[in-house]
Design a protein around this ligand. Sequence first.
Ligand SMILES: *Cc1c(COP(=O)(O)O)cnc(C)c1O
Length: 370
Amino acid sequence: MTVCTSSVPAVVAEIDGSALRHNLRRVRESAPGCPVAAVIKADGYGHGLIRVARALQGVDAYAVARLEEALWLREEGITGPILLLEGFLHAAELEPIARHRLTVVVHHRWQLEALEGARLPLPVQAWLKLDSGMHRLGFPPSELPAARARLAACASVTGPLVLMTHLACADDRDSPVTLRQLSLFDRFTAEADGQSIANSAAILGWPAAQRGWLRPGIMLYGASPFTEGSGESLGLRPVMTLRSRLVAVNRLREGDPVGYGGDWICPEDMPVGVVAIGYGDGYPRHAPAGTPVLIGGRQVPLVGRVSMDMITVDLRSLPHARVGDTAILWGRGLPVETVARRAGTIAYELLCGVARHRVHYQEIQHGQVL
Ligand SMILES: *Cc1c(COP(=O)(O)O)cnc(C)c1O
């Protein structure tokens, strides 16, 4: 978003590059010696693709979901390896993929056929994906050996061939599914030049998956991949702090309804604050009354429904709160996971959903504005 000098942005997403690098070190400590493909799809999980790529410069590779994301990285001068996690979505993408030296995941027969029929300026690097039980992308075990043989024989493909899979239940440390997926995967690793299994949950919770290329996403941004606990308890630092300001403080009377539908009623005479953020900025509309908002270092509860541009908060515990005070919606001091769980979703969705055309992004280092 462009900001006129005369306007003060209502909503700011502070992005802490030093926190990104700290979290990358946490990845490397968890599985020493393993190469890391930093997952920066979906505009760097809502943090800004190029900003995140630059902060993580020196990482072994980047991983994105779409060709456009990879081409944008190349345009911005990122020259290192880039992995396309879904490979190509159409055969016409193969030419730019080859020209820009992108690595593709090959997960389906139609992609093999497209590669075999392609006439490319230079061969592409490929990772081969096994469906070890998630049943989304990947060759079933029965088809994997033939797929590998066809890739090895294909003139449009060059080595080394990395075998990969994706875990369906790694975020649940008690699930038996992960070990079943790993043992199926292990039947095929002997024939591969390299391997890749681990997303954030596996890097933090499944030592048996900590080998070959790591593919951390959410943990780089400081949030926990697990259903309980926070990134902080895992030694991670939040990268995004989303903040806005109190734009009104109203003294309401007992019985006054607040917001659309009027379904939140003041239980007594009380101050209610209005914060300039809403679902139009990416704050979750389903956040219920009680969802914490951080004002003046204290958590106060959301009351009433989330509007497009505003939320209302109960200021009874903060009688001195004033118009202009900063309100933190998530980030430093208030984990995004806490807000996500209240709203019945996951940190991934909240981070990816920040409205990039409306929210002002500000880069910081060690908590300081650059
Ligand atoms: C998104 C993605 C990841 C990263 O997952 P996190 O849970 O964010 O760490 C890893 N591998 C694949 C194939 C993905 O699509």
